[in-house]
Design a binder for this molecule. Structure first.
Ligand code: PLP
Length: 363
């Protein structure tokens, strides 16, 4: 048997083994139908049950208030960078939209939006290399804006918002791609949340959009149906053939999460996993954490070694030891351990053991 491999990739990322085993077991014959879940119509009763139960499980796991809709949309998280302004900028005549630039996806979100909204970047972490979430004074949240966009967890830099800004009447929009369902969140603070599925939830290529009902009304007639929240909500995400397989996989991932004890329980385990790696970084003079201690992500742990040559060796020796995909993002460098919900404590312990040994041999 080959050695156990732990996948620390940032996304597409590891899925629970139980989920993939279940997919494998029922792939050729979906629950007695004699056909595969890959082959059935998105409009058949069986798929309807998959979609409804995914939505219900998400509500149950998060306590999502009734006045929010759950949509599954094409195009991953990036498509939402355009969909958000297309749907929400029309809330105000000026189409003014506020953005917080806390990392690279945040910057791209603002850039993509600028074709459809009067984008104003009101805060940026560029000056300190995005190692923290800068202060956001309340007076910068202009009350005549259509919305304020934040990236709740910055996947490349390993930082996160611990607390979210109080935005008054301005709907708060959050890209939660790399942390949705990793910690308990009061959804009522948000107008809209979106997440590409491939980080913490399932396969790549789709996004989950959680939108407050009163925000469904602002898409203009020129918005393509597949990008329109209103249309998507009206059709319950079945405007066209959806990615049935991804939604099926998410339903299984949500069932898995429920079996783990839900979001509160997984949050505790995520805290433990992250704390053990951060404690190791703090105690070491070989490794140095990249994120400011007050803004550290629980999902993406980023750090550096004394030089790039050692970082390359670290990544390649780790891989031989069954620790896969630890290189930082190509634009940032360093090391990044993505430890999403499915990463078991044992994976993190194995990584910590490898780090101690590598430091002893190379320090
Ligand atoms: C990965 C990621 C994205 C991009 O996701 P795609 O599905 O590839 O478009 C956007 N935002 C954040 C925070 C991410 O981590």
């Amino acid at each position: 048997m080959s050695q156990q491999v732990y996948n620390f990739g940032a996304g597409p990322a590891m899925l629970p083994a139980e989920v993939m085993q279940q997919i494998q077991q029922e792939l050729l014959d979906y629950r007695g139908m004699g056909v595969s879940v890959l082959e059935i119509s998105h409009r058949c009763e069986e798929f309807g049950e998959i979609l409804t139960s995914a939505q219900q499980l998400f509500r149950e796991l998060t306590g999502l208030p009734d006045n929010y809709r759950i949509l599954f949309m094409h195009g991953g998280a990036r498509m939402q960078f355009a969909a958000v302004p297309l749907n929400l900028a029309g809330r105000v005549a000026s189409r003014k939209a506020l953005y917080c630039e806390t990392g690279s996806f945040a910057r791209v979100a603002a850039k993509d939006a600028s074709a459809f909204a009067a984008v104003k970047t009101i805060m940026s972490g560029a000056e300190t290399g995005y190692d923290r979430i800068p202060q956001l004074p309340t007076e910068l949240i202009e009350q005549d804006a259509a919305y304020l966009h934040i990236t709740s967890n910055n996947t490349l830099y390993g930082t996160r918002w611990n607390r979210f800004p109080q935005t008054g009447a301005v709907p708060l929009v959050a890209d939660m791609t790399s942390e949705l369902l990793s910690r308990q969140i009061d959804f009522s603070q948000f107008g809209l949340i979106f997440a590409g599925l491939q980080k913490n939830l399932g396969p790549a290529g789709m996004a989950m959009v959680i939108v407050r009902e009163d925000l469904l009304e602002y898409a203009g007639d020129q918005v393509p149906p597949l990008l329109s929240y209103k249309q998507c909500a009206k059709d319950n995400s079945l405007t066209n053939t959806t990615n049935t397989f991804a939604i099926y996989a998410i339903r299984l991932a949500l069932e898995w999460l429920k079996k783990q004890g839900g979001v509160a329980a997984i949050e505790k385990s995520n805290e433990r996993k992250a704390a053990s790696l951060y404690a190791m970084l703090e105690a070491s003079d070989f490794y140095s954490g990249m994120a400011h201690p007050e803004h550290r992500s629980m999902m993406n742990v980023t750090f550096r070694l004394p030089n790039e040559e050692l970082e390359r060796r670290f990544v390649s020796e780790a891989e031989k030891a069954g620790l896969y995909a630890l290189a930082g993002h190509r634009s940032v460098g360093g090391i990044r351990a993505s430890i999403y919900n499915p990463m078991p404590i044992a994976g993190v312990e194995t990584l910590a053991g490898f780090m101690a040994e590598f430091a002893a041999n190379n320090g």
